[in-house]
Design a binder for this molecule. Structure first.
Ligand code: PEP
Ligand code: MG
Length: 295
């Protein structure tokens, strides 16, 4: 039954050559962090911070964000967490920001584009994440919706700048162990070599990548038949990206829904993906599939 599946999921998955595959969880808050550990997650591969902001009339300040994130990280003990900076726009229109749905639609000002246009908001969030990371397990930082290498560079430099400010002020904080970006725009996958020159890791957002490869809005049922995460076009682009990331020696993860489907998970790991991150409920089946079919 369920308990047996969970017990079997605990512990790492190792390839026949001895290299580990990280099977991690996508979480948005404390309850999901607890569910992730119960399901056997090795780590958190995607902490969606915008969930801390929904259902609020105003955005929380730096201290409140640091406290909330710290509480999520505390649930994880010494496990590593990849914290994604605010991803607003597209399918995520926060009430507190009153975003125009066209200007901030899927092809508009969303994700890191929005964050760069609101530097105080991004800086506040980065300060909160670095402060929350103090005394916790390893924290990695990543930016959503990156399109070109210059954005990856700008993000990394901003993280370094904020860390420098916190250090100069004598504030308790921890530097992120790695800084990376999400690959969810086809252009980013196609210039993955340039992007990998700027960052420590990449994580594929297959939900958005599918939307943009297939030109099918992920929220529009009228084109739902074309929104196919498992389409050959998506797989070919993934192969390009994974080859580039591996050539550059960068950790490559997949954190969209595709990673949580056992057949796709096996195929991704065979392609050379280092980490699969998914809803906690998907972890036991994916670990079981990898253990029985890799090799
Ligand atoms: C994705 O796009 O695949 C992803 C993981 O991010 P989100 O679903 O939050 O956009
Ligand atoms: Mg996305």
């Amino acid at each position: 039954g369920r308990e047996r599946a969970r017990a079997a999921a605990a512990g790492p998955v190792v390839r026949p050559d001895g290299t580990p595959v990280t099977v991690s969880a996508n979480v948005g808050g404390r309850a999901e962090a607890r569910a992730a550990l119960a399901a056997g997650a090795d780590a958190v591969g995607l902490l969606r911070t915008e969930l801390l902001y929904v259902d609020r009339p105003r955005l929380p300040g730096e201290d409140e964000q640091a406290a909330e994130l710290g509480a999520v990280l505390a649930e994880l003990g010494d496990r590593r967490a990849v914290v994604r900076t605010l991803d607003v726009g597209g399918d995520k229109l926060l009430p507190a920001l009153d975003l125009d749905p066209w200007r901030h639609g899927p092809l508009g000002v969303r994700g890191v584009r929005y964050a760069f246009g609101h530097p105080d908001l991004l800086r506040t969030q980065l300060r909160a994440v670095l402060r929350a990371a103090y005394g916790r397990g390893e924290v990695w930082l990543m930016a959503p919706m990156v399109t070109v290498a210059a954005e990856a560079r700008r993000f990394r430099l901003l993280v370094e700048e904020v860390a420098g400010e916190l250090a100069a002020a004598g504030t308790a904080f921890a530097r992120p162990a790695k800084v990376g970006v999400m690959v969810e725009v086809p252009a980013a996958a196609l210039v993955a070599d340039e992007i990998c020159a700027e960052v420590d890791f990449v994580s594929v957002g297959s939900n958005d990548l599918t939307q943009y490869v297939m030109a099918a809005d992920r929220t529009n049922d009228a084109v739902g038949d074309l929104y196919q995460p498992g389409h050959e076009a998506v797989w070919r682009l993934l192969a390009t990206l994974v080859d580039a990331a591996r050539s550059a020696g960068r950790h490559v993860a997949v954190c969209g829904e595709l990673a949580g489907e056992p057949d796709a998970a096996v195929r991704l790991v065979r392609m050379g993906v280092d980490e699969l991150s998914m809803a906690p409920s998907g972890i036991p089946d994916v670990k079981a599939a990898l253990r029985s079919r890799l090799g």
